[in-house]
Design a protein around this ligand. Structure first.
Ligand code: HEM
Length: 508
């Protein structure tokens, strides 16, 4: 008797479901948090949103009248925290049991990223060691070391925007890539199309593809043992190529740093300083860390920071009054045509509020990165089983109308009123021990970008065929790192003085 692929697939899926259903079934001591009623066998599998998960999870919470939503599918429990209170109470205050990450097999095993991508590490000794080393180079007290690199990349950005403003989305990404590669490896990137940036982007793409096409391996980990030709396991074949690219992007720039150190021509960088710190007594793990840790700077920053500055341009086009007020502030404090520098931050409170609002209005990581609960827990009378996945709905938290009136509107002034409830939107960088370690660097890069772009450029809607303004839609992508949908706009110098200020920049 022979079987078709689909029969084999159906048979294996049924066995997985049966196995999961009977595996470690136990009666919870208290009810699980509320959630939509699931179907027999598959549970809430069909309730798992595939698009705009943050909006759908928020809607689910509103429908069931709870800020915590529980879903169960194929034996997996998932809890979504839709309020800041719940996220703080659990991820911050009980961080000793909420700081683990689920082991997503498509990434950790098929792409072998689990051994060196910090955000994927389980909570434990290795995470602590790597995180400590990473944070030592990125904590608020040391990031001023990178101001010169950030300023150089920023000058390049302003020149690129003057030359080819229509390519602004690319230029903004390039500025972030240039900054992070320079900080990590001392690489002097090509100002327009750098091969290192192209390689890193291609490699990162593999992570997104794995999260999407390899999702089955995360839900049903033992599927990983099936051959690639087995229905549903096809991603195993592509995974080899993605893994090679990722390893290449981790190792190639590091090799260049090592060569430069041997030839006494290395420029200061995190990779160089970690390598210099190695000695004959260093363990294999320490040597591997020096090789792999710096690549986390590019991986952690490129999508998040680039989407933040891209969202800024969208906000300026859609909310001209905010743009005008920020420009008036810069002109009155520094004089028209002067480029703000890091020392001007406190003198420009409205600009600071623009950045707060940017992180709130279009958070680049709207769902954070999932956690895994390591012990049974009870919260508000509900039972959270050990092993359950926990998602903080950053977007819902930052769009809660109880804290932020008219949350979909870009209103920086909400942060200026000292009696208002709105405070720095900390949630944009996550919670507790796994909170973003790159946040101080991200702040500096984004602040300088928006301050200097506002000082010299104006941002206007593109024109339609009849010459009328055609503002873009206020629409964000549905990806894990969410930014504006590609859009067109006009970016031009605010005046001849502003144009001269950009032309006067010296690029070496
Ligand atoms: C505007 C820019 C950025 C935003 C909005 C952002 C946001 C986030 C968020 C929400 C998380 C998950 C935190 C959690 O689990 O609660 C995270 C983690 C992380 N971020 Fe960022 N990030 C940004 C920039 C950066 C930069 C510039 C770097 C590197 C220099 C970086 C490196 C990381 C790393 C390594 C993790 C994982 C930490 C861990 O798992 O221990 N991020 N980020």
């Amino acid at each position: 008797m022979s079987f078709t692929y689909s029969q084999l697939f159906a048979a294996s899926l049924v066995s997985v479901i049966v196995y999961r259903l009977f595996q470690r079934r136990r009666r919870p001591p208290l009810p699980f948090p509320p959630g939509p009623k699931g179907l027999p066998l598959i549970g809430n599998l069909r309730d798992l949103p595939t698009q705009y998960q943050w909006l759908n999870y928020e809607k689910l919470g509103q429908e069931i009248g709870s800020d915590i939503v529980h879903l169960k599918f194929l034996g997996t429990h998932l809890v979504v925290l839709n309020s800041e209170k719940a996220a703080n109470d659990l991820l911050e205050k009980r961080s000793s049991i909420y700081s683990d990450r689920p082991q997503l097999k498509a990434l950790t095993e098929l792409l072998d990223a689990g051994s060196w991508v910090l955000s994927l590490f389980p909570y434990g000794t290795k995470w602590r060691t790597w995180h400590k080393a990473f944070y030592a180079h990125l904590q608020p007290s040391v990031v001023h070391r990178y101001h010169a690199i950030e300023t150089k990349a920023n000058q390049q950005l302003l020149c690129n925007l003057l030359d080819t403003p229509q390519e602004f989305l690319k230029h903004l990404r390039q500025m972030v890539g240039q900054t992070s590669l320079s900080i990590a490896y001392g690489i002097d990137v090509d100002p327009r199309d750098d091969p290192n940036i192209a390689l890193a982007d291609e490699a990162l793409q593999g992570i997104y593809v794995a999260q999407n096409k390899g999702r089955i391996f995360n839900y049903v980990p033992f599927f990983i043992h099936f051959p690639w030709w087995f229905p549903g396991a096809g991603f195993k074949k592509d995974a080899e190529t993605h893994k090679r690219k990722l390893n290449q992007c981790r190792d190639e720039p590091y090799k260049a740093v090592k060569r430069a150190l041997e030839e006494n021509r290395a420029t200061p960088s995190i990779a160089a300083s970690m390598t210099i710190d190695l000695s004959e007594k260093s363990t294999q793990e320490e040597t591997f860390m020096a090789r792999a840790l710096p690549s986390n700077i590019y991986a952690g920053s490129i999508d998040t920071t680039a989407t933040a500055v891209q969202s800024f341009v969208l906000a300026m086009v859609l909310y001209p009054e905010a743009q005008k007020r920020a420009q008036e502030e810069i002109d009155s404090v520094l004089g028209h045509g002067h480029l703000p520098g890091f020392g001007d931050e406190d003198a420009l409170p409205y600009l600071k509020a623009v950045l707060y609002e940017l992180l709130r209005w279009g958070p680049p990581g709207p769902l954070g990165i999932p956690r895994r609960l390591t012990e049974d827990d009870v919260y508000n009378g509900y039972f959270f089983p050990a092993g359950c996945l926990v998602i903080s709905n950053v977007w819902a938290i930052l769009h809660d109308p109880a804290t932020y009136s008219e949350p979909s509107k870009f209103k920086p002034e909400r942060f200026l009123d000292s009696t208002a409830r709105a405070q720095f939107p900390e949630a944009a960088f996550g919670f507790g021990r796994r909170k973003c370690p790159g946040r101080a660097l991200a702040w500096d890069v984004v602040w300088l970008a928006i301050a200097r772009m506002l000082a010299v450029f104006e941002f206007l809607p593109a024109k339609d065929a009849d010459g009328r303004p055609a503002p873009p839609a206020q629409e964000f992508t549905s990806q894990f790192s969410s930014g504006p949908m590609p859009f067109e706009c006009i970016i031009r110098p605010r005046s001849s003085t502003a144009r001269e200020a950009v032309l006067a920049l010296h690029l070496d």
